[in-house]
Design a protein around this ligand. Sequence first.
Ligand SMILES: [Zn+2]
Length: 313
Amino acid sequence: MMYPWLRDVTQKITNQFLSKRLHHGLLIEARAGMGKFELTRDLSQVLLCQTPNIEACGQCKSCHLFKHGNHPDYFQISDLDANSIGVDQIRALVNKSQHKSQLGGNLVFVVNQSYKMTESAANALLKTLEEPFPHSYIILTTESVSQLLPTLISRCQLYKIKSPTLPELLPWLNEQKIEPTQFDVIFEDMGQAPLTALAHYSTDYLLKRAEYLSQFKALLSGKVSTAEFSKTINEEDIAFYYIWLMQALNKWMKVKSQGVDLQIPRQDQRYKIMDMYQAVLTSQRQSHYNGVNKKLNYQQLCHKISHSQTSGV
Ligand SMILES: [Zn+2]
């Protein structure tokens, strides 16, 4: 079933295709966890279908081959774990695009995570985008076009897909018997990427989140020492700790601006929430640097926060 937030872009591209106005180079931009892989798969089936209508017919020889994963005119580069897409992979694709399709229809090439292309790989693709072979379509996906060469972007038709809002997701959540209020917390944590949020919904994510924040509040109020707090660190979750902290601090800031109780003890307000937020953000950035000991980096943040809390009280 098609994800509801992908319906508009799918219809747009399909209509352009059916009215023979579809550009041969498509560039799809959406953040991770939006279903780009499923989107390019569905679109490819439409472009290859022998009797396409609003969607692929699902009955023809092409659709049949496609569904079984062995369509001879469909090629995709989508090794999600690979660090880069090399020039050899793109040359192989370009080479195939210069031959006739085996089924007599279109040729479809998909490069998922196209931002992983090395510069020479991107350059190898440029020429094909400039002088496309008839009946061939190239679909590129990326999380952000800022990661791509401008020359590459300018040779494609760009489709930007926005994250849906929670109200827009309600029917979809209902169908899957998902509780919207709980989902919303994860959805916001995950930058409104529905599929990433969904993946966490079925785990003990919310429980871990609540436990963490309650421990953090205890650290702030001095009920727990930095050393004790450090014992609860699970290295695999450090990336989440930053998200949870920033979301919580954001919420506290909003509560404060509304003049409501801060939910953290008054004597701890000395270290301002804004400063704390800055410290968390800086620490999060540092955690992405090469060779950084993530745990140590995070412990330093905790020390900094709790030290600022207690000094001068
Ligand atoms: Zn078909």
